[in-house]
Design a protein around this ligand. Structure first.
Ligand code: MF3
Ligand code: CO
Length: 266
């Protein structure tokens, strides 16, 4: 079911989304080679609770951690673990916050140390594709307009693999609401976008082929060819003429620039 939110509900959703942004900024401050993703996950859970929220992902369909931390060939839903991050790692951090009855759910991909040119390009294009999708997230357009914009910029222009099995989604009192938001599709197709609809738009883009598989743990999604994958996600409220982006990359990007261990994508 599609839920249209009123202005008061949108302000509560902005609070949840921005607590995710602040948490991701804390991650950006402490990321460095040698740190384990499990220690990041613990910090993430503590920070969310200290700020009056609860981690949305913990126990969601049995998911066993506060966050998803997906390194290199892991596309999404990576389990935090005791492995130390190292120079050259591509680290997608996806966080959900439940506060005041509403979820925020967004993600950012960080680069530990200087990346190769092909990785830097993948990160840049994936992030750009998110904003191309957001440009189409306006009243009167359709889901397919968002989907087409993302696919056009990543697959058609740059030959990257657009993951088909996982999609963005409506967001609100539930972490996953209708409609689904694929990162591939036809212009002018799918459900019509109404003002007050909140979408989590989340391109998952592979350097190589689009195919993925799920590990034996039942969660970790990896690229079939073992090449890296990148994931960015924003929470977006549909409005007339211009979308209202409820989540905020500004604090994350500021912390990323200040952290000498991270390579900030231009
Ligand atoms: N952003 C992801 C999604 O929308 C996060 C969900 S992880 C889960 O699917 F553990 F909560 F499932
Ligand atoms: Co999501």
């Amino acid at each position: 079911m599609v839920h249209i939110k009123n202005p008061q509900e949108i302000e509560l959703m902005r609070e949840s989304a921005q607590l995710v942004s602040k948490t991701l900024a804390e991650v950006a401050k402490i990321l460095k080679p040698g740190i384990t993703t499990l220690s990041l996950d613990k910090m993430i859970g503590d920070f969310i609770k200290d700020h009056g929220g609860a981690p949305s992902f913990l126990n969601y369909h049995g998911y066993p951690f506060n966050s998803c931390i997906s390194v290199n060939d892991v596309v999404v839903h990576g389990f935090p673990n005791g492995n130390e991050l190292k120079v050259g790692d591509i680290v997608s951090v996806d966080i959900g916050v439940y506060k005041n009855g509403f979820h925020g759910d967004h993600a950012y991909t960080f680069l530990i140390g200087k990346p190769t040119d092909d990785i830097l390009q993948l990160v840049k294009i994936t992030k750009e594709s998110l904003y191309k999708g957001i440009e189409k997230a306006i009243e009167g357009n359709r889901i397919g307009d968002i989907a087409f914009a993302i696919q056009e910029h990543t697959e058609k222009k740059h030959g990257y693999g657009v993951v088909r099995e996982l999609v963005g989604h409506g967001l609100g009192r539930q972490l996953h609401e209708d409609p689904q938001v694929p990162n591939y599709g036809k212009r002018g197709s799918g459900p019509k976008l109404k003002s007050g609809l909140v979408l989590a738009i989340e391109p998952m883009i592979n350097l190589g082929k689009k195919e993925v598989y799920t590990d034996k743990d039942g969660w970790t999604v990896r690229t079939a060819d073992g090449k890296p994958s990148v994931h960015f996600e924003h929470d977006v409220c549909i409005r007339k003429g211009k979308a209202d982006v409820l989540s905020d990359y500004a604090p994350i990007e500021a912390a990323e620039k200040n952290n000498e261990n991270l390579f900030a994508c231009p």
